[in-house]
Design a protein around this ligand. Structure first.
Ligand code: 4AD
Ligand code: MG
Length: 559
C-alpha cells in the first residue's frame, strides 16, 4: 500500500518536470540576522539596487541590495568577469544573483557580503528617466509617484510597521477570545448618521451606456414597432394559409420559424423603445433607485460597527478590521477618505470594560512594535522623530489617564499659556488642538475622555442618567489626538428609537438594528481604532497620506 502511494507520488512529480526549477531565494533579513555565521553558504538573492559603484578600475562592482525584508541592505560584489558591470549599478535596477556568502575583510562595516558568481536576471533602469533621483524626494513629492515610492527606505519601513501592527492586532484579539468577523464594504446603513457616505450606484455608468447605444442606434419609433407588428401579422397569415392548404411539414416549419423571428423582432424593438437617456427619475422628481443595481440606495461603509454588533450579540467578543470610507471634505494631515479601522465589539461589557480593552490593545501594539520592529523604529527615530521609541515605551508601560468630558472642558478653560483657535465651552466637539493639549501638555500620556454631550455624538451611544451625556469614550494620544472612538451602545429599545429620531434619521433602515434590542438585548460596548492614526502615532510621521500605501483624499485617488 505504502509502496503504491510512493510510486504514485513519484509519477505525479514527474508530470511537472517541464517547469523551471523554483527560485528558492534567501531573504536578506535572514542573512543579515545571522551575519558572519553564514559565511561559506551558497545563496540566491534578489532585490533592487540602492546604490551601486564600480571599483578597481572597473574590474568589480559593489551593489547595495535591498529586498524589502528589512531596512538594511546586503553588500553584493560582482566581478566584471561574471557580468558586464554597467547595467547593474544604476539605482532601482533589479537583480537576481547567486553566489557565496563571505566574511568581509577586517574593519569592514558589513558582517557578511555576497560574492556573486552567477547573475541570473537583471531588470535595467535608465537613470535619466527613473523618477526616484538619488537625492531624497520629500514625502510630499513622493505622493506623485505612489507606484514607485514603495522602493524608498521610509515607505518600506512604514509598510513593515503597518504589517506588524496588523499581525499584532489579530494576535491580540485572538489571544483574548475575539472572533474576526468580515463586515460588508457595501452597506445600506449609515453607521455614524452623519451622511458622509460615498454612494455605490450603477445608474451613471448605465445611463452612459444607454446614451452611447442610442447615439449609435436610435430607439425605434412607434411606427417602426407598428411596422414590425404588421410583419408578424403577415407571417401569421402565411402559416395559417399553409396549414389550411395542408402543405408539407417542412414548409410549415419554415414558415413558423419566420413567424417566430418576426415576433422576436417586435419584442426587441419594444424593449429598445423603453431605453431612456439619463438617470431614471420618478414622477415626483426623486431618483428611481428601484432601477439601481441593489434596487435601493447603497453606500461604502463608514464603519463596520452596526453589522459587527449582530455578531457580538451572538458570539460575545468579536472584531472587524477593514477599510472604511468617508466622503468628508477634510484636507487635514489626520484624515483620509479611505482608511482602515479596527473595531472590537464586546457583549456584556460596559464603558469601563471598553476602556480597559482599548488601553490594553494600544499598549499591546506598542510593545509589539518594540519587539518586532526595532530596526524600522530606529530608522524613524533617526530620520523623523527622536521620541518615537520613547513614546512607545512610555505608552506601553503607563496607565492611561481617564477623565470626563466635563472635567476636560474645565481644565481647558483654565489654560492660560496657550490661546486656542476654537473657543472652549461645555457642549463643543473637542478640536484637535484641545485633544493634543490634554494628552501632550497636561497629562503627557494617553488620555481617555468619557461621557460626552449627547448632541455631538452618534445615535447609538448609551444615554447616561444625567440625560445630557452619553457613555462615549475617545482615546487621545500625543502627536495624533484622537486615536480611538468608542462607546457603550444603547441597549434599551425605546431610548434607542428616540435617539435615532432625535438625530433626524428615519427608523425604517435601522429596524434590523432595533431587533437586536427587541430580542435578547444585552449591554455591549465597542470602539474603533483608526489604523493609520496608530501608524502616525508609532512612526512620528506628520501626514496620514504617507502611512497608507494608496492614499485617497479630496481630489486624489491615484492607481
Ligand atoms: O470616532 P469614529 O468616527 O468612530 C466610529 O466610526 C465608530 N463606529 C467606531 C466604533 O465604535 N466601532 O472613528 C474611529 C476612529 C477615530 O478615532 C480615528 O482614529 C479614525 O477612526 N478616523 C479616521 N482616520 C483617518 N481618516 C479619517 N477620515 C478618520 N475618521 C475617523
Ligand atoms: Mg470619533
Amino acid at each position: 500500500m505504502a509502496e503504491d502511494a510512493a510510486a504514485a507520488a513519484m509519477a505525479a512529480a514527474s508530470l511537472s518536470d517541464d517547469l523551471e526549477p523554483a527560485t528558492d531565494r534567501t531573504r536578506i533579513r535572514s542573512i543579515l540576522a545571522d551575519g558572519a555565521a553564514r559565511a561559506g553558504e551558497r545563496v540566491v538573492v534578489g532585490g533592487w539596487v540602492k546604490t551601486g559603484r564600480e571599483q578597481g578600475k572597473g574590474t568589480f562592482a559593489f551593489l547595495e541590495l535591498n529586498d524589502g525584508s528589512c531596512a538594511s541592505n546586503l553588500q553584493v560584489l560582482v566581478d566584471a568577469a561574471v557580468h558586464p558591470l554597467a547595467p547593474l549599478t544604476a539605482t532601482g535596477t533589479s537583480v537576481l544573483v547567486e553566489g557565496e556568502l563571505k566574511k568581509p575583510p577586517e574593519g569592514a562595516k558589513q558582517r557578511v557580503e555576497l560574492r556573486v558568481d552567477r547573475v541570473i536576471e537583471v531588470g535595467e533602469v535608465d537613470p535619466a528617466a527613473y523618477p526616484l533621483p538619488k537625492t531624497k524626494l520629500t514625502l510630499e513629492n513622493l505622493r506623485d509617484v505612489v507606484h514607485l515610492r514603495s522602493r524608498t527606505n521610509t515607505i518600506g519601513a512604514v509598510a513593515r510597521i503597518r504589517h506588524q501592527l496588523a499581525c499584532a492586532t489579530h494576535r491580540f484579539f485572538d489571544e483574548n477570545g475575539f472572533l474576526y468577523v468580515h463586515t460588508p464594504i457595501i452597506t445600506t446603513s449609515d453607521c455614524e448618521g452623519a451622511g458622509e457616505m460615498f454612494q455605490v450606484t450603477t445608474l451613471f455608468s448605465h445611463a452612459e451606456k444607454v446614451e452611447k447605444e442610442l447615439k449609435e442606434n436610435p430607439a425605434p419609433s412607434a411606427s417602426d414597432i407598428e411596422a414590425a407588428r404588421v410583419v408578424v401579422k403577415e407571417k401569421g397569415d402565411v402559416v395559417a394559409q399553409l396549414k389550411t392548404a395542408k402543405a408539407s411539414k417542412q414548409e410549415i416549419t419554415a414558415a413558423v420559424a419566420e413567424l417566430n423571428k418576426a415576433k422576436e423582432n417586435v419584442s426587441r424593438l419594444e424593449e429598445r423603445s423603453k431605453l431612456k437617456p439619463g438617470i431614471p427619475y420618478r414622477d415626483d422628481g426623486t431618483v428611481a433607485y428601484e432601477n439601481d443595481f441593489f434596487k435601493r440606495q447603497a453606500f461604502l461603509t463608514v464603519s463596520g460597527q452596526l453589522q459587527v454588533e449582530t455578531y457580538a450579540c451572538a458570539l460575545s467578543s468579536v472584531y472587524t478590521f477593514g477599510p472604511t470610507f468617508r466622503a468628508e471634505n477634510s484636507h487635514t494631515s489626520r484624515h483620509l477618505a479611505e482608511f482602515w479601522m479596527v473595531e472590537p465589539e464586546i457583549a456584556f461589557a460596559n464603558l469601563q470594560d471598553d476602556m480597559n480593552c482599548a488601553e490594553r490593545y494600544v499598549q499591546y501594539l506598542c510593545k509589539w512594535l518594540l519587539e518586532h520592529c526595532r530596526e524600522d523604529m530606529e530608522f524613524m527615530v533617526k530620520n523623523y522623530d527622536k521620541t518615537a521609541i520613547e513614546r512607545l515605551e512610555l505608552v506601553s508601560s503607563t496607565p492611561f489617564q481617564r477623565i470626563s468630558y466635563t472635567k476636560s472642558v474645565e481644565l481647558l478653560k483654565n489654560v492660560t499659556d496657550k490661546k486656542f483657535e476654537n473657543k472652549v465651552e461645555w457642549g463643543i466637539d473637542l478640536a484637535s488642538e484641545h485633544e493634543r493639549y490634554l494628552t501632550e501638555v497636561i497629562f503627557k500620556k494617553p488620555v481617555i475622555v468619557y461621557n460626552y454631550p449627547k448632541e455631538i455624538k452618534a445615535f447609538y451611544m448609551r444615554l447616561n442618567d444625567d440625560q445630557k451625556t452619553v457613555a462615549a469614550m475617545d482615546v487621545l494620544v500625543p502627536k495624533v489626538g484622537e486615536l480611538v472612538g468608542g462607546s457603550q451602545r444603547e441597549e434599551r429599545l425605546d431610548l434607542l428609537k428616540t435617539r435615532i429620531q432625535d438625530a433626524g434619521l428615519p427608523l425604517e433602515p435601522y429596524e434590523w438594528y432595533l431587533d437586536l434590542r427587541r430580542f435578547g438585548s444585552v449591554k455591549h460596548s465597542g470602539f474603533g481604532l483608526g489604523f493609520e492614526r496608530m501608524i502616525l502615532f508609532a512612526t512620528g510621521l506628520e501626514n496620514i497620506r504617507d502611512v497608507i500605501p494608496f492614499p485617497r483624499y479630496p481630489g486624489r485617488a491615484d492607481l
